[in-house]
Design a protein around this ligand. Structure first.
Ligand code: SF4
Ligand code: SF4
Length: 94
C-alpha cells in the first residue's frame, strides 16, 4: 500500500523518466544509498552499465550522476566500481 508521503513523491515523477528508466519507483526500498566521490571517479562508465534500474547517467563532465528516485540501493554500482569511488551510506531514518 502506498502512503500519502510516497504518493506526493510519485506525483513529481516525469512520465518520460519512467519510460526511460527501469519504470519502477523504488527509492523507498533503500536502506543504503550510493554516494559517488567524483575525485576518485575516472568516468569509466561501469556503474552506469551495471545499474539494474538505469538510475545512473553521465553528467556534463562524463562522470556519473545518480537519479535517486530510481535507485533501490542494491549496491551493484559500488561493487563494480574499479576505483572504489562509490560508498554505500546508510539512509537517515524518517
Ligand atoms: S545502488 Fe543499485 S539501483 Fe542504486 S544506483 Fe547503484 S546500482 Fe543503481
Ligand atoms: S564505476 Fe566508478 S570510476 Fe567508473 S564511472 Fe562509475 S563511479 Fe566513476
Amino acid at each position: 500500500m502506498i502512503s500519502e508521503f510516497d504518493k506526493s513523491k510519485i506525483k513529481g515523477l516525469i512520465l518520460n523518466d519512467i519510460a526511460r528508466k527501469g519504470g519502477k519507483y523504488v527509492a523507498n526500498w533503500r536502506v543504503y544509498k550510493p554516494v559517488i566521490d567524483h575525485e576518485k571517479c575516472v568516468a569509466c562508465g561501469l556503474c552506469i552499465s551495471y545499474c539494474p534500474e538505469q538510475a545512473i547517467e553521465p553528467g556534463d563532465d562524463g562522470k556519473p550522476v545518480i537519479d535517486y528516485r530510481f535507485c533501490k540501493g542494491c549496491g551493484v554500482c559500488a561493487n563494480e566500481c574499479p576505483q572504489k569511488a562509490i560508498e554505500m551510506v546508510k539512509e537517515e531514518t524518517q
